[in-house]
Design a binder for this molecule. Structure first.
Ligand code: 1GP
Length: 241
């Protein structure tokens, strides 16, 4: 049963907005798991995403196992590489980097992941990942060797998202990049949302409750926030249930 995706679809149908807290195993101290996850549990967060651009082997699996002991929220892998796939999570965003033209990130890594996924219990959610420029070079750009889409080229961004949907992808993720200086504009989010029938994820550079609400108002169904919590856990106080 595809429970994680079904829950996202139900939320979209009911106008319930979703929030994922992103934990990058490379930047997170495992000793801080319990207090951090307690804050997540008291907040409006609905999902935990785990992943990063460069993560040591096994770090993801160890971290997911520990997180699981402290929360009932679904844990969704948001992997930068095949090595970050672990059965301990609930679901996997099977990401294809639609904004780039590097075949390795469009299909190559996916083929390499198959042997790891053959007998998996992970719910695999095909996701179109679209990186949009945000003022500085992001880790995704460096690691994938691709350029982000230009923020003023809205028609091209919309067409790219729509092409992903036509290919059968079940989610579209609009990404400004981790720690982005500028979060995505309401206009980009609104135009993409209007063109899509699948749920829309938005992330990158969101650091305040106002920015979060703006992303929701523009049409984001699920917002991902990582850096703001890494920099200051007091941000959870603004997001208490
Ligand atoms: C990054 O979209 C996520 O891949 C979250 O971005 O770390 O800037 O919140 P931030």
């Amino acid at each position: 049963m595809d429970l994680v995706y079904k829950n996202i679809q139900d939320a979209v149908s009911n106008g319930r907005k979703l929030l994922a807290v992103l934990i990058d195993p490379d930047k997170f101290s495992i000793d801080n798991t319990q207090p951090f996850i307690e804050k997540v549990n008291k907040s409006i967060a609905t999902h935990l995403f785990v992943g990063g651009s460069t993560v040591n082997d096994n770090a993801t699996e160890i971290l997911v196992s520990v997180i699981k002991k402290h929360t009932r929220l679904p844990i969704v892998l948001f992997p930068g590489d095949v090595t970050q796939i672990t059965d301990k999570a609930d679901a996997l965003l099977f990401l294809s980097l639609l904004s780039g033209r590097n075949p390795e990130y469009l299909i190559g890594k996916h083929v390499k992941a198959v042997s790891k996924l053959k007998n998996t219990s992970l719910e695999i959610i095909p996701t179109g990942y679209i990186l949009i420029e945000s003022g500085k070079e992001t880790a995704v750009e460096k690691v994938t060797g691709t350029k982000p889409m230009l923020k003023h080229d809205i028609q091209n961004i919309v067409d790219t998202a729509k092409a992903g949907q036509f290919l059968g992808l079940k989610l579209i993720y609009l990404e400004a990049g981790s720690g982005a200086k500028e979060a995505l504009s309401k206009l980009i989010i609104a135009e993409v949302k209007q063109a899509l029938n699948v749920p829309l994820i938005v992330g990158g550079g969101i650091r305040s409750r106002d920015q979060l609400e703006n992303a929701y108002k523009a049409g984001a169904d699920l917002v991902v926030i990582g850096t703001a919590f890494e920099e200051d856990e007091l941000f959870f106080d603004e997001l208490i249930k």
